[in-house]
Design a protein. Structure first.
Length: 174
């Protein structure tokens, strides 16, 4: 899926790669689970009407698949970040994780303009901001192990943000 999304984004000269695009989608969905894919596509492309139907379908499937995996009622911990495969160079995977976090922060900010952050989400967001500063010049087993740990932390952080916003919405609506 990563390669397919990357090639679509490249084909239409999007300003970002697959990891960052998916981060934006995840951020938007964590804050507002009912957000429309059209808003996301608008952030990716100045004119989404130029997209071929099959390309738009792939992107919408990624967005809707992410929505399903981030559904608070799903209960499963099956959501994952869209990153390059393990056979890609470590530096490329670290860079993809860095820009994924950048995209996630943008997506959350896109959907949540209020200065108040529910629960632990403010702390999580500060951690993710720090991760946007990581050096992608990585090599060796230690850096590989660190990437795996950071990846797992970010997955958990995403679900924390999702849960905090879901809880926040439930308490403010009743």
């Amino acid at each position: 899926m990563y390669r397919a999304v990357s090639s679509i984004l490249q084909k239409y000269d999007a300003d970002m790669g697959a990891a960052e695009a998916h981060g934006i989608a995840a951020g938007m969905l964590c804050v507002e689970h009912k957000v429309d894919a059209a808003g996301w596509l608008h952030e990716l492309f100045t004119d989404q009407n130029d997209l071929f139907d099959e390309d738009q379908t792939v992107l919408r499937e990624l967005f809707e698949g992410s929505r399903n995996l981030l559904d608070p009622d799903n209960g499963e911990f099956s959501f994952d970040l869209l990153l390059p495969d393990e056979d890609e160079p470590l530096a490329d995977r670290v860079e993809a994780l860095r820009v994924w976090c950048q995209g996630f922060l943008f997506g959350v900010g896109y959907a949540h303009t209020d200065a108040d952050w529910p629960g632990d989400s403010a702390e999580v967001m500060r951690d993710l901001i720090e991760l946007t500063k990581i050096d992608s010049d990585a090599e060796g087993e230690e850096d590989e192990a660190a990437l795996v740990e950071i990846h797992e932390y970010v997955r958990a952080a995403v679900l924390t943000v999702r849960d905090q916003f879901a809880e926040y919405k439930n308490t403010t609506m009743h």
